[in-house]
Design a protein around this ligand. Structure first.
Ligand code: ZN
Length: 272
């Protein structure tokens, strides 16, 4: 599943190339998770101003309204001139004078939704529950983060995955973040004091920044809109490494199941 780093890598891979483009046509394939929310013809003639990101949504700003794109479980975008005719897993083409933006999504949990504005109910419903943005220093406030930990009744790993306090710490990244911060995934979030919270806050920024720098993680078939694959998965310290020696203390990495998800951790480095 594409997580925040992969979505950010995707954004960076086409945001400059598509800025200023004029929409010539919209081609829909099979239904996605949600309907487009306008007639495809209404988008013709619109100009693309730029591409922002909020959580795992890409916000394609148009001169009137915006498109919210979500990659779901298996989606990826391409942006290039002269793409071949859509294949059976290509379900949305935004054809512009600068190239075609194409959503390829075999499982069709992805979506493209038009809204008049970010505050309009159609967009608000998708965006309002999202936590702080970890890669935006101005948004990822430490005191708010600490207060969010203190008021939670969840284990820290599950609080991070839920995305309501801070977005973008998906399953791979949560295991890596907790290892770096030396915090056990089962620890109740409310028991984390300021000193460890500071380590955790820093670890979230470090791990996600590094993941974006490495082009994200390509576990199955992720690639960015210019066709590049990610490399972060080759340098995980604990994720996917059950039984292998911890890079810090050589204790074998353990795997536990937490709310249907795999958590990888070092039982020696992550005691508390
Ligand atoms: Zn260790």
């Amino acid at each position: 599943m594409p997580e925040l780093p992969e979505v950010e890598v995707t954004r960076r891979s086409f945001c400059d190339a598509i800025a200023g483009a004029t929409v010539r046509a919209v081609v829909l394939g099979k239904p996605l998770r949600w309907p487009l929310g306008c007639a495809p013809a209404e988008l013709v003639g619109r100009r693309v101003l730029g591409v922002r990101r909020r959580g795992k949504y890409l916000l394609l700003d148009l001169d009137i309204g915006l498109l919210l794109l979500h990659l779901g479980m298996s989606g990826s975008l391409r942006f290039a001139p002269g793409l071949p005719a859509p294949g059976k897993h290509d379900h949305f083409d935004l054809v512009t004078d600068l190239g075609t933006l194409r959503l390829h999504d075999p499982r069709r949990f992805g979506a493209v939704v038009w809204a008049q504005s970010q505050e309009h109910p159609g967009a608000h419903k998708l965006l309002h529950g999202l936590g702080m943005e970890p890669l935006q220093e101005a948004d990822f406030d430490f005191q708010a983060f600490l207060a969010g930990l203190r008021s939670s009744r969840m284990a820290i790993k599950q609080l991070l995955l839920a995305g309501r306090l801070v977005v973008g710490v998906g399953n791979i990244y949560a295991s890596e973040v907790l290892f770096l911060a030396r915090i056990n995934p089962l620890l109740p979030a409310a028991s984390i004091g300021p000193r460890r919270a500071r380590r955790l806050h820093q670890a979230i920024i470090e791990v996600l920044t590094r993941a974006v720098q490495r082009g994200g993680s390509t576990l199955r078939d992720f690639s960015s809109a210019d066709g590049n694959v990610g490399h972060f998965q080759t340098e995980t310290r604990v994720y996917g490494r059950a039984g292998q020696p911890c890079a810090v203390c050589a204790t074998p990495i353990r795997l536990l199941r937490q709310g249907q998800r795999s958590s990888f951790y070092c039982p020696n480095c992550q005691r508390g």
